[in-house]
Design a protein around this ligand. Structure first.
Ligand code: DC
Length: 230
């Protein structure tokens, strides 16, 4: 089904665990709807990257908090692609390694880090029609989003997707390690005290286990159309 260009701003929140396909699906939906895709995980990854570069333990909340004044994060869109600049430089795919996934998960449990990134995220949504993916978008960042989706899939299915993604990027990994890391990260993210990764009460749960990318995209567009009466 097509989607007519809209005059009204729209805010779509996509939350869920890693490897559920949030970013790939959200990117495709953003292109179809002509709205901005925001990958909020990249912000936490960038902080994790900086913390690692300073040899600081990402679980040491005091030490991580002390680093925040040295961090300047800017989100830019270059040819429609989101780029996160850290102190004027774009670390690119260096934030995508399995190690950076764990660093991001660790620093994301720290309240001062979440507060530090709050305005950046809200500001993008204030200025643009967005589809934003993360863990707390429907609950904290965009509690008044027009559409909230909690996207999930079985752990095995998600680990396989993440494994394929890493391979495609030329990053060496074992499936078993990816699965174990994913389970550990899901546990961190969903059990932390601040803004845990949970579905908002008004989110639609979308389980895309066994679905192709095209089917997931069509499913999300369908939910958006139904919710917004398009
Ligand atoms: O979506 P991702 O895998 O790139 O996210 C990396 C980590 O960042 C994830 O393990 C938890 C954290 N995160 C978060 O706490 N809140 C968000 N809105 C997005 C990501």
């Amino acid at each position: 089904m097509g989607f007519s260009p809209r005059k009204k701003m729209i805010k779509i929140a996509i939350d869920g665990p890693g490897g559920a396909g949030k970013s790939t699906v959200a990117k495709a939906v953003a292109a179809k709807l002509g709205i901005v895709y925001v990958d909020t995980g990249a912000l936490y990854r960038t902080i994790g990257y900086y913390v690692k570069s300073q040899d600081v333990n990402p679980k040491d909340s005091e030490a991580v908090t002390a680093l925040l004044p040295n961090i300047n994060i800017e989100v830019k869109y270059e040819n429609g692609v989101q780029c996160v600049y850290l102190n004027g430089e774009n670390p690119g795919d260096a934030i995508r390694t399995p190690e950076m996934s764990m660093y991001a998960s660790a620093v994301s449990a720290i309240g001062s880090v979440r507060a530090f990134l709050l305005e950046t995220q809200k500001d993008i949504a204030r200025k643009n029609s967005v589809i934003m993916d993360g863990r707390d978008i429907g609950t904290v960042i965009l509690p008044d989003a027009d559409v909230k989706i909690f996207m999930t899939a079985s752990a095995e299915c998600r680990a396989q997707r993440r494994y394929d993604e890493l391979k495609a990027k030329g990053i060496d990994a074992k499936y078993e390690d990816v699965l174990a890391e994913m389970n550990e990260r899901d546990k961190n993210d969903s059990t932390r005290e601040i803004a845990p990764a949970t579905a908002a009460p008004d989110a639609i749960i979308f389980d895309n286990s066994g679905m192709t990318l095209e089917q997931s995209v069509a499913g999300v567009i369908d939910i958006v159309n139904k919710k917004t009466g398009a």
